[in-house]
Design a protein around this ligand. Sequence first.
Ligand SMILES: Cc1ncc(COP(=O)(O)O)c(C=O)c1O
Length: 317
Amino acid sequence: MGEVWRGFMATYYNEKTVIYLNGEFVKASETKMDFYSQSLHYGYAVFEGIRSYKTVSGETKIFKAVEHYERLKNSAVALNMPYTYSVDELIDATYEVLKRNNLQDAYIRPVVYAPANMSFAKNTESFIVIEAWEMAPFLGDKLLRIMTSSFQRPNPKGFKIEAKATGHYVNSILASQEAKGKGYDEALLTDMNGCVAEGPGANMFYERNGKLFTPPLGNILPGITRATVLEICDELGIEVEEKSFRVEELKTADAAFFCGTAAEVIGWESLDDVKFKKEWNDTVSRQVQLAYKDKVEERGIEAKRQRGTKAQREVIA
Ligand SMILES: Cc1ncc(COP(=O)(O)O)c(C=O)c1O
């Protein structure tokens, strides 16, 4: 994994690291950011979390690059930020960042931020930075002990909840720190109606009788991994339903998992100390987890056929 690893999370950069900054490739250690930026003072910036993978062919591929850069644009537009970048130019720049930093399995963080502005007025320009580093799965690779948070997700009438805006993440930080402070691995947040919403940095699914359920869009970030899980369910013939449900219902499920670019697909052991009924390895959720890995590494349909249950193998065949 190289010398940049320090425990669970990666060190983000060193003196050799190159980032993309407003059309140029520059050393991370030699750049600066405006302390008068509206982004720093008011949490007014938008970003993406993307991963690239070394695929089975040995090539480096950015997973769902177009979807991520389209969401970045949608987030900026939702917040009235000027946005002049094309998807293609940003994908090219990202591959160049990976190449210059000698990265294959990487986490990529583009941020669109505002100029100096202490008022709330609209800006006439935005800036963009693209950073990349090696990062292990955000929530680790062991089944998680989850706690229902005392914090709810922001009211969609108060925020553009579908935008990936930096300011929203104060909510995520509060919830995650609360859960970890109480000895859990991560938080689960409800929405303003008390229905299950998502984690601080991931969407969620639960499983009952071989079928998956996930909260509908509206109070959650429309996750690209969530969409990929829906795609995988379709491919593997796993039934899935988007519906609102409460924490009590979730606690009687067979299994549950978080999914997100940073977290990938990671199962839960328990929610508020109530263990899920099925062994993780016996769940369709586990099949989804394996299929996700196959997809990002472009392992193809043959691996899925070999790994699926008999019923799923028939659907794929
Ligand atoms: C609050 C929140 N929900 C869900 C997700 C999952 O989104 P994606 O799968 O697009 O990474 C993320 C991660 O970006 C997130 O921060």
